[in-house]
Design a protein around this ligand. Structure first.
Ligand SMILES: N[C@@H](CCC(=O)N[C@@H](CS)C(=O)NCC(=O)O)C(=O)O
Length: 216
Protein backbone atom coordinates (compact mmCIF):
# COMPACT_ATOMS: atom_id res chain seq x y z
CA UNK A 1 0.00 0.00 0.00
CA UNK A 2 1.13 3.57 -0.67
CA UNK A 3 2.16 5.68 2.34
CA UNK A 4 1.91 9.46 2.07
CA UNK A 5 3.89 11.41 4.67
CA UNK A 6 2.19 14.71 5.19
CA UNK A 7 1.35 17.72 7.33
CA UNK A 8 -2.09 19.38 7.11
CA UNK A 9 -2.37 22.01 4.37
CA UNK A 10 1.21 21.38 3.24
CA UNK A 11 2.71 20.63 -0.18
CA UNK A 12 1.46 17.07 0.34
CA UNK A 13 -2.03 18.37 -0.50
CA UNK A 14 -1.29 18.14 -4.24
CA UNK A 15 -0.32 14.48 -3.88
CA UNK A 16 -3.38 13.78 -1.76
CA UNK A 17 -5.65 15.32 -4.38
CA UNK A 18 -4.04 13.11 -7.04
CA UNK A 19 -4.37 9.97 -4.89
CA UNK A 20 -8.00 10.71 -4.08
CA UNK A 21 -8.85 11.55 -7.69
CA UNK A 22 -7.28 8.20 -8.66
CA UNK A 23 -9.32 6.39 -6.02
CA UNK A 24 -6.05 4.97 -4.68
CA UNK A 25 -5.81 3.01 -1.49
CA UNK A 26 -3.18 4.62 0.74
CA UNK A 27 -2.33 5.50 4.30
CA UNK A 28 -1.60 9.02 5.46
CA UNK A 29 1.15 9.44 8.03
CA UNK A 30 1.48 12.81 9.73
CA UNK A 31 5.00 14.12 10.25
CA UNK A 32 5.38 15.95 13.55
CA UNK A 33 7.92 18.67 14.30
CA UNK A 34 9.20 20.08 17.57
CA UNK A 35 9.38 23.80 18.35
CA UNK A 36 12.80 24.01 16.69
CA UNK A 37 11.33 22.68 13.44
CA UNK A 38 13.01 19.28 13.75
CA UNK A 39 11.04 16.23 12.66
CA UNK A 40 10.39 14.06 15.69
CA UNK A 41 7.80 11.63 14.39
CA UNK A 42 7.74 9.18 12.76
CA UNK A 43 11.27 8.20 13.85
CA UNK A 44 13.77 8.12 10.97
CA UNK A 45 11.68 10.34 8.68
CA UNK A 46 14.73 12.37 7.62
CA UNK A 47 16.37 9.22 6.28
CA UNK A 48 13.38 8.76 4.01
CA UNK A 49 13.42 12.40 2.92
CA UNK A 50 16.88 13.90 3.44
CA UNK A 51 15.45 17.41 2.92
CA UNK A 52 13.23 16.82 5.93
CA UNK A 53 10.22 18.24 4.11
CA UNK A 54 6.80 16.85 3.20
CA UNK A 55 5.52 15.16 1.15
CA UNK A 56 7.20 11.82 0.83
CA UNK A 57 5.39 9.03 -0.95
CA UNK A 58 6.46 5.43 -0.45
CA UNK A 59 5.12 2.74 -2.75
CA UNK A 60 6.78 -0.60 -2.05
CA UNK A 61 10.45 0.01 -3.01
CA UNK A 62 9.76 3.40 -4.62
CA UNK A 63 10.44 6.45 -2.48
CA UNK A 64 9.37 9.76 -3.95
CA UNK A 65 9.90 13.22 -2.59
CA UNK A 66 8.88 16.50 -4.29
CA UNK A 67 5.17 17.13 -4.58
CA UNK A 68 5.18 17.49 -8.37
CA UNK A 69 7.10 14.21 -8.77
CA UNK A 70 4.57 12.48 -6.50
CA UNK A 71 1.72 13.83 -8.65
CA UNK A 72 3.29 12.59 -11.88
CA UNK A 73 4.02 9.21 -10.31
CA UNK A 74 0.41 8.83 -9.17
CA UNK A 75 -0.88 9.81 -12.63
CA UNK A 76 1.37 7.14 -14.23
CA UNK A 77 0.44 4.47 -11.71
CA UNK A 78 -3.30 4.99 -12.19
CA UNK A 79 -3.70 5.67 -15.94
CA UNK A 80 -7.41 4.81 -15.77
CA UNK A 81 -7.93 7.96 -13.65
CA UNK A 82 -6.83 10.06 -16.65
CA UNK A 83 -4.92 12.57 -14.53
CA UNK A 84 -2.34 13.30 -17.28
CA UNK A 85 -2.66 13.50 -21.07
CA UNK A 86 -0.96 10.81 -23.19
CA UNK A 87 2.81 10.89 -22.79
CA UNK A 88 4.41 12.98 -25.53
CA UNK A 89 1.16 14.61 -26.70
CA UNK A 90 0.81 18.37 -27.09
CA UNK A 91 -1.47 18.46 -24.04
CA UNK A 92 1.10 16.51 -22.01
CA UNK A 93 3.79 19.03 -22.99
CA UNK A 94 1.54 21.91 -21.94
CA UNK A 95 0.72 20.23 -18.64
CA UNK A 96 4.32 19.54 -17.62
CA UNK A 97 5.24 23.07 -18.68
CA UNK A 98 2.74 24.56 -16.23
CA UNK A 99 3.36 21.98 -13.53
CA UNK A 100 7.07 22.83 -13.57
CA UNK A 101 6.30 26.55 -13.36
CA UNK A 102 4.00 25.81 -10.44
CA UNK A 103 6.61 23.88 -8.51
CA UNK A 104 9.88 25.58 -9.51
CA UNK A 105 8.71 29.16 -9.41
CA UNK A 106 5.37 29.50 -7.63
CA UNK A 107 5.60 26.87 -4.89
CA UNK A 108 9.20 27.90 -4.23
CA UNK A 109 8.13 31.55 -3.85
CA UNK A 110 5.29 30.62 -1.49
CA UNK A 111 7.76 28.59 0.60
CA UNK A 112 10.11 31.58 0.76
CA UNK A 113 7.19 33.55 2.16
CA UNK A 114 6.36 30.87 4.74
CA UNK A 115 9.98 30.12 5.72
CA UNK A 116 11.73 33.51 5.15
CA UNK A 117 14.38 32.74 7.76
CA UNK A 118 15.78 30.09 5.40
CA UNK A 119 16.44 32.75 2.74
CA UNK A 120 18.24 35.48 4.63
CA UNK A 121 21.09 35.62 7.08
CA UNK A 122 19.99 39.08 8.18
CA UNK A 123 17.97 39.23 11.39
CA UNK A 124 15.72 41.91 9.88
CA UNK A 125 15.66 40.51 6.35
CA UNK A 126 12.51 38.41 6.57
CA UNK A 127 10.08 41.12 5.54
CA UNK A 128 12.09 41.87 2.41
CA UNK A 129 12.11 38.18 1.49
CA UNK A 130 8.33 38.04 1.88
CA UNK A 131 7.78 41.23 -0.12
CA UNK A 132 9.94 39.92 -2.96
CA UNK A 133 8.04 36.61 -2.87
CA UNK A 134 4.68 38.36 -3.10
CA UNK A 135 5.86 40.46 -6.03
CA UNK A 136 7.13 37.40 -7.88
CA UNK A 137 3.92 35.53 -7.17
CA UNK A 138 1.81 38.36 -8.56
CA UNK A 139 3.64 37.98 -11.88
CA UNK A 140 3.09 34.21 -11.96
CA UNK A 141 -0.60 34.67 -11.09
CA UNK A 142 -1.02 36.96 -14.11
CA UNK A 143 0.65 34.42 -16.41
CA UNK A 144 -1.51 31.57 -15.11
CA UNK A 145 -4.73 33.56 -15.26
CA UNK A 146 -3.98 34.50 -18.84
CA UNK A 147 -3.27 30.84 -19.72
CA UNK A 148 -6.49 29.60 -18.06
CA UNK A 149 -8.75 32.23 -19.61
CA UNK A 150 -12.25 30.75 -19.62
CA UNK A 151 -10.79 27.42 -18.49
CA UNK A 152 -11.96 26.32 -16.15
CA UNK A 153 -8.75 24.23 -16.02
CA UNK A 154 -5.22 24.78 -17.32
CA UNK A 155 -6.04 22.62 -20.35
CA UNK A 156 -9.51 24.07 -20.74
CA UNK A 157 -12.14 21.44 -20.00
CA UNK A 158 -9.71 18.73 -18.91
CA UNK A 159 -8.52 18.28 -15.30
CA UNK A 160 -4.94 17.14 -14.67
CA UNK A 161 -2.67 16.81 -11.63
CA UNK A 162 -1.40 20.31 -12.42
CA UNK A 163 -4.86 21.67 -11.57
CA UNK A 164 -4.78 20.01 -8.15
CA UNK A 165 -1.34 21.52 -7.62
CA UNK A 166 -2.53 24.97 -8.66
CA UNK A 167 -5.60 24.77 -6.40
CA UNK A 168 -3.32 24.00 -3.46
CA UNK A 169 -1.24 27.10 -4.21
CA UNK A 170 -4.33 29.29 -4.63
CA UNK A 171 -5.44 28.09 -1.21
CA UNK A 172 -2.13 29.23 0.26
CA UNK A 173 -1.21 32.84 0.96
CA UNK A 174 -4.36 33.75 2.85
CA UNK A 175 -2.06 35.73 5.17
CA UNK A 176 -0.99 37.96 2.27
CA UNK A 177 -2.27 41.52 2.13
CA UNK A 178 -5.82 41.70 0.74
CA UNK A 179 -5.64 42.12 -3.01
CA UNK A 180 -2.40 40.18 -3.39
CA UNK A 181 -3.73 36.72 -2.57
CA UNK A 182 -4.03 34.36 -5.52
CA UNK A 183 -7.62 33.74 -4.45
CA UNK A 184 -8.28 37.47 -5.06
CA UNK A 185 -7.70 36.89 -8.75
CA UNK A 186 -11.09 36.14 -10.35
CA UNK A 187 -9.68 33.60 -12.81
CA UNK A 188 -7.64 31.75 -10.20
CA UNK A 189 -10.58 31.76 -7.78
CA UNK A 190 -12.82 30.34 -10.52
CA UNK A 191 -10.16 27.71 -11.27
CA UNK A 192 -9.95 26.80 -7.58
CA UNK A 193 -13.73 26.51 -7.39
CA UNK A 194 -13.81 24.22 -10.44
CA UNK A 195 -11.22 21.93 -8.81
CA UNK A 196 -13.03 22.03 -5.46
CA UNK A 197 -16.32 21.18 -7.20
CA UNK A 198 -14.86 17.78 -8.10
CA UNK A 199 -15.99 15.38 -5.37
CA UNK A 200 -12.59 13.80 -4.68
CA UNK A 201 -10.43 16.91 -5.05
CA UNK A 202 -12.91 19.07 -3.15
CA UNK A 203 -13.09 16.66 -0.23
CA UNK A 204 -9.27 16.49 -0.14
CA UNK A 205 -8.93 20.28 -0.12
CA UNK A 206 -11.46 20.71 2.68
CA UNK A 207 -9.90 17.89 4.71
CA UNK A 208 -6.54 19.68 4.40
CA UNK A 209 -8.06 22.87 5.79
CA UNK A 210 -8.69 24.74 2.53
CA UNK A 211 -12.05 26.41 1.80
CA UNK A 212 -14.80 24.80 -0.25
CA UNK A 213 -14.75 27.84 -2.53
CA UNK A 214 -13.52 31.41 -2.95
CA UNK A 215 -15.66 34.37 -4.04
CA UNK A 216 -15.19 34.73 -7.80
N1 LIG B 1 9.94 21.24 -3.28
C1 LIG B 1 9.46 20.49 -2.15
C2 LIG B 1 9.08 21.46 -1.05
C3 LIG B 1 8.57 20.74 0.16
C4 LIG B 1 8.44 21.68 1.35
O1 LIG B 1 9.24 22.62 1.53
N2 LIG B 1 7.43 21.39 2.17
C5 LIG B 1 7.23 22.21 3.35
C6 LIG B 1 5.79 22.13 3.81
S1 LIG B 1 4.71 22.79 2.57
C7 LIG B 1 8.10 21.72 4.45
O2 LIG B 1 8.10 20.54 4.75
N3 LIG B 1 8.86 22.64 5.04
C8 LIG B 1 9.66 22.36 6.19
C9 LIG B 1 10.97 23.05 6.15
O3 LIG B 1 11.34 23.62 5.11
O4 LIG B 1 11.63 23.00 7.16
C10 LIG B 1 8.28 19.61 -2.56
O5 LIG B 1 7.59 19.97 -3.52
O6 LIG B 1 8.03 18.56 -1.96
Amino acid sequence: MISLYTMPGSSATAARIALDEAGASYESIEVERDDAGLNVSPPGYDELNPMGTVPTLVDDTHVLTEAAACCLYIASKYPEADLMPAHGSAEWATTIRWLMLLTNTAQAAFLRWYYPEQYTTSSDGKTAVQEASEAGLARVADVLASEIGDGPFLLGGRFTVADGFLAMLTGWGEEFAPGSRWSDDAVLARHYNAVAARPAAGAALVAEGFPQSFPS
